[in-house]
Ligand binder design. Structure first.
Ligand SMILES: C[C@H](O)[C@H](O)[C@H]1CNC2=NC(N)=NC(=O)C2=N1
Length: 104
């Protein structure tokens, strides 16, 4: 079942509820950059998120360099941000907090 792209008030409310994320209007996506204690911690974080992405069938665009992970969330099938991205962002925020992630 397709999830609609968020726009207008719904988009503004969604962004307000995810203060750690930055909206990218060019991609209609949200971005977050994280730093962990070391590579092992960063990869443990990525592993936890990867398993959730598979469960949700919704996957991040991300880049890892040593202890840093840069994440972009958008719904390719909808051409922009949807509830699926918000749900994964909430999961990512909880995993980052549990594993000692800090703003990069
Ligand atoms: C076939 C498969 O269900 C789709 O390609 C899923 C996979 N993961 C996805 N992830 C993201 N971010 N956007 C999608 O539209 C998407 N679609």
């Amino acid at each position: 079942m397709p999830t609609p792209k968020l726009d207008g008030a719904a988009l503004q409310e969604a962004l307000a509820a995810l203060p750690a994320w930055t909206f990218d209007p060019a991609r209609h996506a949200i971005r977050r950059a994280l730093r962990f204690a070391d590579f092992n911690a960063a990869f443990a974080f990525m592993t936890r998120v990867a398993l959730q992405a598979e469960r949700a069938d919704h996957h991040p665009e991300w880049r890892n360099v040593f202890n840093r992970v840069e994440i972009v969330l958008t719904t390719h099938d909808a051409g922009g941000l949807t509830e699926r991205d918000l749900a994964l962002a909430r999961f990512i925020d909880a995993a980052a907090a549990a594993l000692g992630g800090r703003p990069a």
